[in-house]
Design a protein around this ligand. Structure first.
Ligand SMILES: *Cc1c(COP(=O)(O)O)cnc(C)c1O
Length: 358
């Protein structure tokens, strides 16, 4: 029996390379609080973000919280119903009011053409996700934000490595937030980043990450969103292998796309160098999705329902609108396994099983 094939597996660099970095940590005895590996990692990450400032933080959820705080967002925020639940729960946690705008009928991202109709005098920001690492309509969103004086935060948790119009996708918006969780295409075990161009905003985020003080000088009320030398060390090593990971993913993704021709998969927009972070497959109905999941489970393949349910239908919301497109999509979309050491023959087995059930 071949081993189980999960939706993703964490890329781990050769252990000897990690031990080598650990030796340095042991020599210095310095394990957290802006250590030298963390500072190096932040520098290494700048070209991947395409923004002047990059902060490495504890995870990709607290980064969204800091973004909302640093921009002083307390009112209505226009957001997407199709994302990981953290995009919405962060808004609720920060006591902002999510206002869902439906997604594009032929894609997975917020429909920028529907944003203006949802703006009210209380709207302060747009929080959109580059779902599966595919770019939102960043230009249209920027124009709307400018016209109405709104801030733009991207939940770019999937977007590391994608380039749009020759720039990292992470370079768009007032603040981009990324997740470096172990399930993401680039990871630091746990971790996340914040990127921005504005110096004042950077200073606020920097202070907020670490209780709002530098030594004995206290500037604002912050929190603990720091990350450690151990996580930074992992990041430095995964970054070393990142070009290989991207190349491998592209081959795997293309193999899936060819094998599943005729079915609804992701379309990569023009002028996009995609990171191939996920392979979403949209089925005709929820019952067909369940049948495919069951068929794959029989051969020990475990795809995931990314993302279900539509966030506009979360049981603890007070939002009383609907998002018909997202609510129609969420029950019938899943992501197929995709990770560095998934083999061609595994992909072919998965394709064959999907085809036979459908
Ligand atoms: C993973 C993810 C997050 C949360 O990141 P963590 O690092 O796990 O806290 C937020 N938003 C989206 C879209 C994600 O996929």
């Amino acid at each position: 029996m071949p081993p189980q094939i999960p939706v993703t597996r964490t890329f781990l660099p050769p252990l000897a390379e990690y031990t080598e970095l650990l030796e340095g940590i042991w020599e210095r005895g310095y394990v957290t609080n802006n250590g030298p590996l963390l500072v190096e990692l932040e520098k290494d990450l700048v070209p991947y973000h395409g923004m002047k400032h990059v902060l490495f933080a504890g995870n990709g959820t607290i980064t969204l919280q800091l973004a909302l705080r640093a921009l002083d967002i307390t009112g209505e925020v226009i957001t997407t119903p199709f994302s990981y639940v953290a995009t919405t729960t962060t808004l609720l946690w920060e006591r902002c009011a999510p206002v869902f705008v439906d997604i594009e009928s032929d894609g997975f991202n917020i429909d920028a053409g529907k944003i203006e109709a949802a703006i009210t005098p209380r709207t302060q920001a747009i929080l959109a996700t580059h779902v599966y690492g595919l770019p939102c309509d960043v230009e249209k969103i920027q124009n709307i934000a400018k016209k109405h004086g709104l801030k733009v935060i991207y939940d770019a948790a999937h977007a590391f490595g994608t380039e749009y119009k020759g720039r990292p996708l992470l370079s768009y918006g007032d603040i981009s937030s990324c997740s470096f969780h172990a399930t993401k295409i680039f990871h630091t075990v746990e971790g996340g980043s914040l990127a921005c161009n504005d110096d004042g905003l950077y200073r606020a985020l920097f202070l907020m990450r670490s209780f709002g003080h530098i030594k004995d000088d206290h500037f604002l009320a912050g929190i603990n969103a720091k990350n450690s030398e151990f996580h930074a060390a992992m990041g430095k090593l995964v970054l070393r292998y990142f070009p290989t990971i991207l190349e491998r993913r592209k081959q795997q993704w293309t193999r899936y796309a060819q094998g599943l021709k005729g079915m609804r998969i992701a379309q990569v927009p023009a002028e996009t160098r995609y990171n191939h972070a996920y392979f979403p497959l949209v089925l005709g109905s929820e019952s067909q999705l369940m049948a495919v999941m069951a068929g794959l489970a029989e051969i020990d393949v475990l795809p995931r329902r990314y993302f279900y349910p539509s966030l506009s239908a979360l049981p603890y919301l007070t939002f009383n609108g609907t998002c018909p497109i997202a609510e129609d999509l969420a029950p019938r979309v899943m992501c197929l396994p995709l990770y560095h050491d998934l083999t061609e023959s595994d992909i072919d087995r998965i394709i064959a099983r999907v085809q036979s059930v459908v």
